[in-house]
Design a protein around this ligand. Structure first.
Ligand code: BTN
Length: 333
């Protein structure tokens, strides 16, 4: 009976292929101390993890795209000192069900703590959707934060987090990134990333949030498979400049997130409104809102100081709260 492959064995094989060069099956098998048949089984496993491994007779194997693994030490070293001192981790795992789920189960005493994974087997998105999470292609990051008491504007936290993510993405060169209310990161009409905040009340009136970020970095069409909305990646947005370094990007994202959560804890949503408004993809655009079976067609008029979306329709301004409604940007007639 074939024995179960260990994660370490598969990671060693990934490292052998990471440069993206053709490597003979013989060399790979010898490096792993296994037969060619066993090597083929390992390669099949990598494909199940979402890695695109090409095989060609006479040349061997290669990854379609070179891969740089996430490295907790490198991410930590790239953090501003104040953030490094405050944050536990980050921890990097090769494979998890969901980084949000893992932190929901982790002890709050370690907050703020961050977790990244190369692969999620049950990555989750908003509204009960799943989040495509192939190995090494993107960033899947969660940050757990404990507030001493419930922040009065908690519903606007996801918008503040959107601003933090957009700043990190812009600093990596994707200056055209915008936010689609409440918190999708977009480039043009395509989704670049998403935010899922899960919250828990804790004993003693504390409030704990898990901020989950999924950012498409270099995912290919093949890795994405069919998705229910247009999407893009940072690599596609950066064109000739190529995909960003995921470790640097993770550090930039964590630095922005920690700064944003500290500011939100001290001052609420007000310090984020101006930046959010500058990034608002719906401002002045035709929009369609669905809320509890009702549909409103109107024009996006920004957000209020609570983070509610303002839509003007037939002379009335509606203030809409996240959770109740879904927003679609309409093509201009
Ligand atoms: C969305 O639907 O737009 C939100 C997607 C959030 C995905 C991220 S990936 C890291 C974290 N772990 C999860 O299971 N989900 C979030």
């Amino acid at each position: 009976m074939a024995r179960t492959l260990s994660e370490d064995e598969l990671l060693r094989l990934i490292d052998g292929l990471a440069a993206g060069a053709w490597t003979s099956g013989e060399a790979l098998a010898a490096a792993s101390g296994v037969t060619r048949a066993a090597l083929a089984r390992r390669v099949a496993h990598l494909r199940e993890w979402g890695l695109e491994v090409e095989a060609e007779a006479g040349r061997g194997y290669r990854l379609l795209q070179p891969l740089q693994r996430l490295d907790a030490a490198r991410i930590q070293a790239a953090l501003p000192v104040a953030v490094r001192q405050r944050l536990h981790g980050p921890q990097v795992l090769a494979r998890v069900d969901s980084t949000n789920q893992r932190l929901l189960e982790a002890a709050p005493a370690q907050d703020p703590q961050a977790l990244l994974a190369e692969l999620q087997t049950a990555g989750r998105g908003r509204r009960g959707r799943s989040w495509r999470s192939p190995f090494g292609a993107n960033l899947y990051l969660s940050l757990a934060w404990s507030f001493a008491e419930w922040p009065p504007q908690l519903s606007a936290l996801s918008l503040a987090v959107g601003v933090a993510c957009a700043r990190a993405v812009r600093s990596a060169g994707v200056e055209q990134v915008m936010l689609k209310w409440p918190n999708d990161l977009r480039v043009g009409a395509a989704k670049l990333g998403g935010i899922l905040i899960e919250q828990r009340g804790e004993a003693g009136g504390h409030c704990r949030v898990i901020v989950g970020i999924g950012l498409n970095v270099a995912m290919s069409e093949q890795q994405a498979g069919p998705l229910d909305q247009p999407w893009t990646s940072m690599q596609a947005a950066l064109g000739d400049r190529g995909a960003p370094d995921r470790n640097s990007l993770a550090a930039a994202l964590l630095a922005e997130l920690v700064a944003a959560l500290e500011l939100f804890e001290a001052q609420g949503f007000a310090p984020f409104v101006a930046d959010w408004s500058r990034l608002d993809a719906a401002a002045g655009q035709p929009v369609l809102i669905e809320s509890g079976g009702n549909v409103i067609e109107g024009t996006g008029c920004g957000i209020d100081e609570q983070g509610a979306l303002i839509v003007e329709s037939q002379g009335t301004r509606h203030h809409l709260h996240a959770g109740e409604v879904s927003l679609r940007l309409q093509p201009r007639p």
